[in-house]
Design a protein around this ligand. Structure first.
Ligand code: C2O
Ligand code: CU
Ligand code: CU
Length: 428
């Protein structure tokens, strides 16, 4: 539904059985009864209201990851939608074109609820991007990559919660699956024209990090990051994605011949965990697309303008007698505010890890100033999730704009998040 000012979407969360492995029924929880949920295509500056109706047996919270969203619609982890109830999430989308996604964000239960299937794409378009000759339509393909494991009967078991001794080890690294799914399918095949395709890669896994490359060989041209288009394209031979991160790449299948099979591999996996998906080049076709040398103007946030530098340490530690994941020594507590950035203020946040943690900030996109003491190569890009490698310090710079109120920063390893590696900041 749509009116003069707003586009409306209705998503009913339902428990259904779907076929993921041939011949088997897998119970999932899905937005719209599907996994992934429906892809929402929205326009920058155009208000979009998503009504989420909870048709499940447990409370849910929906968050638009990468959204520049007022606090009441951001999916704060305790803003529960109870079974049978609904909530209208309103997104003004005062933000540039980007590959976003929505997913469950219920406090303590995000890991199991996303694992069951509560996630989908939310693509924001704008005029700047539409004016570029990038591949579009059928040749603009969102790919949600996530791992799951299956019992012989097709069910996707999520390990029990870590209350008892022993069970906890399984949670320390996060929950991994041994089958990689792309848009909910194992090892799928996409038939392609001999033409350029834009692949919007999202790591929707609970805990697994990927390094994706084409086999047998081929280049990926990175054009976008979490927060939209890069200033200029960058040719790479692989992309690394920690949970929650996105990158948009262009692949030119005209570099291959009709009949060729090209595989997308995960260089960090072995056997089944290395296999992501494959492409078959089916036909010659006309291709009017191009990758312009300049994609966008990306503002460079200047560290000299930062009013404050804050430190956040991401470490394990004691949490009510068992090991949990903490930020600055504290577990998440919805009654506590850990930072109060001023609206409009530029800040540097210095993030330090023990083991690897993909850190995600709500509301504000940021740029990476340094990682492990080194400046990132290439011009700045807008991100909302950054991987802290083991024992690393990453400095990010951001500006808090748009809305005052309560938001969270957290580890996007969903088991770490559920084990309290989350902190509230309030824009004042
Ligand atoms: Cu994708 Cu706070 O999450
Ligand atoms: Cu988010
Ligand atoms: Cu973590």
């Amino acid at each position: 539904r749509t009116d003069a000012t707003t586009d409306y979407y209705d998503l009913v969360q339902r428990a259904v059985d779907v076929e993921i492995l041939p011949g088997l029924r897998t119970p999932i929880w899905g937005y719209g009864g599907q996994f992934p949920g429906p892809t929402i295509r929205a326009n920058s500056g155009r208000r979009t209201v998503v009504r989420v109706t909870n048709g499940l047996g447990a409370p849910t919270v929906t968050h638009l990851h990468g959204g520049h969203t007022p606090p009441e619609s951001d999916g704060y982890p305790t803003d529960l939608v109870q079974p049978g109830a609904h909530r209208d999430y309103a997104f003004p989308l005062e933000q540039r074109a980007a590959t976003l996604w929505y997913h469950d964000h219920r406090m303590d239960y995000t890991g199991p609820q996303v694992w069951r299937g509560l996630a989908g794409f939310f693509l924001v378009a704008d005029e700047e991007e539409a004016a570029l000759p990038l591949p579009s339509g059928e040749r603009d393909v969102p790919l949600m990559i996530c791992d799951r494991s299956f019992h012989a009967d097709g069910t996707m078991p999520y390990p029990a919660r870590p209350d008892g001794p022993g069970a906890q080890e399984a949670f320390m690294g996060g929950v991994l699956g041994d089958v990689i799914l792309v848009n909910g399918a194992p090892w799928p095949r996409l038939g392609v024209d001999r033409a350029r395709y834009r692949l919007r890669l999202l790591n929707g896994s609970n805990a697994r990090t990927y390094e994706l490359a084409l086999s047998p060989g081929g280049t990926l041209v990175r054009i976008g990051s979490d927060g939209g288009l890069l200033a200029a394209p960058r040719t790479v031979d692989r992309v690394r994605l920690a949970p929650g991160e996105r990158t948009d790449v262009v692949v030119d299948f005209a570099a291959y011949r009709v009949g060729d099979h090209i595989e997308l591999h995960n260089l960090l996996g072995e056997g089944a965990q290395a296999r992501v998906m494959r492409f078959t080049v089916e036909r010659d076709a006309r291709d009017d697309s191009a990758i312009p040398k300049t994609l966008s103007r990306v503002e460079h946030l200047d560290p000299a303008k930062a009013a404050v530098t804050r430190d956040f340490e991401f470490t394990s530690g004691d949490m009510h007698g068992h090991t949990g994941w903490l930020i600055n020594g504290k577990p998440f507590d919805a009654r506590r505010v850990d930072a109060r950035p001023k609206l409009g203020q530029v800040e540097i946040w210095r993030l330090t890890s023990d083991v690897a943690h993909p850190v995600h900030l709500h509301l504000a996109s940021f740029q990476v100033l340094s990682a492990g003491g080194e400046r990132p190569s290439g011009p700045p890009e807008w991100k909302d999730t950054v991987e802290l490698r083991e024992a690393q310090t990453v400095e990010i710079i951001t500006r808090f704009t748009g809305y005052r109120g309560r938001y969270v920063m957290h580890c996007h390893n969903l088991e770490h998040e559920d084990m309290a590696m989350m902190s509230t900041f309030e824009v004042v």
